[in-house]
Design a protein. Structure first.
Length: 200
């Protein structure tokens, strides 16, 4: 049998963990359940990861990457910064509808990590990844449209995360995509009005 690389094994275990925990929540993601989902042995897990927390770090980075890809995949320069960010919001909402368990798990991970001193660095790492993704998205929006942000992008990235967090949590409760899209449309107009430089 061909040897499986550590990178491939790690990726397969992260995907399995995401499936298990998206279905059953954070508590369902025991090491035994994860290796069972992946069709691997416990020895394989410990060969690939130092601990379950190590796997959770990779999982967070993977989900943030999926969110970023969903939001930026359909972005165009049409409609200026407002239109560009509306495309991003629509892409993210499609991801949210398709994979609600992923986003519920991310919320659960955050709250769980904040109650466990040993896991608090995971919550900080999660929001660091969000900040990096939001920064890249805003920079890409400016490049696509030829627009310019008048306020520091780091400040706007934090505001964008705040908006998306609120929209995500509200959607997870009521699953009202039309209302969420309408709220984001208003938020994007205000965001661009406050954060973009006037052309000139």
């Amino acid at each position: 049998m061909a040897r499986v690389s550590v990178e491939h094994r790690r990726a397969a275990l992260v995907d399995a963990a995401l499936r298990v925990m998206a279905r059953g929540g954070l508590a369902a993601g025991t090491t035994r359940a994860i290796v069972g989902e992946a069709g691997m042995s416990l020895a394989s897990f410990h060969y690939a990861f130092d601990s379950r927390d190590d796997l959770l770090r990779d999982l967070v980075r993977g989900v943030v990457g999926r969110e970023f890809s969903a939001a930026t995949g359909g972005m165009t320069g049409d409609g200026g910064l407002v239109g560009c960010l509306r495309h991003a919001a629509a892409g993210y909402l499609e991801h949210l509808e398709r994979e609600p368990g992923h986003e519920q798990l991310m919320l659960e991970l955050t709250l769980h990590a904040l109650r466990d001193p040993a896991l608090q660095p995971l919550a900080r790492e999660q929001y660091r990844a969000y900040t990096e993704a939001a920064t890249r998205l805003l920079e890409r929006a400016a490049e696509l449209t030829g627009g310019r942000w008048a306020r520091p992008v780091s400040e706007l990235a934090r505001l964008l995360i705040t908006l998306v967090d609120g929209a995500t949590t509200t959607w997870l409760v009521d699953r009202d995509t039309a209302a969420t899209q309408a709220a984001l449309d208003v938020a994007i107009e205000a965001f661009v009005s406050a954060g973009a430089a006037a052309p000139g």
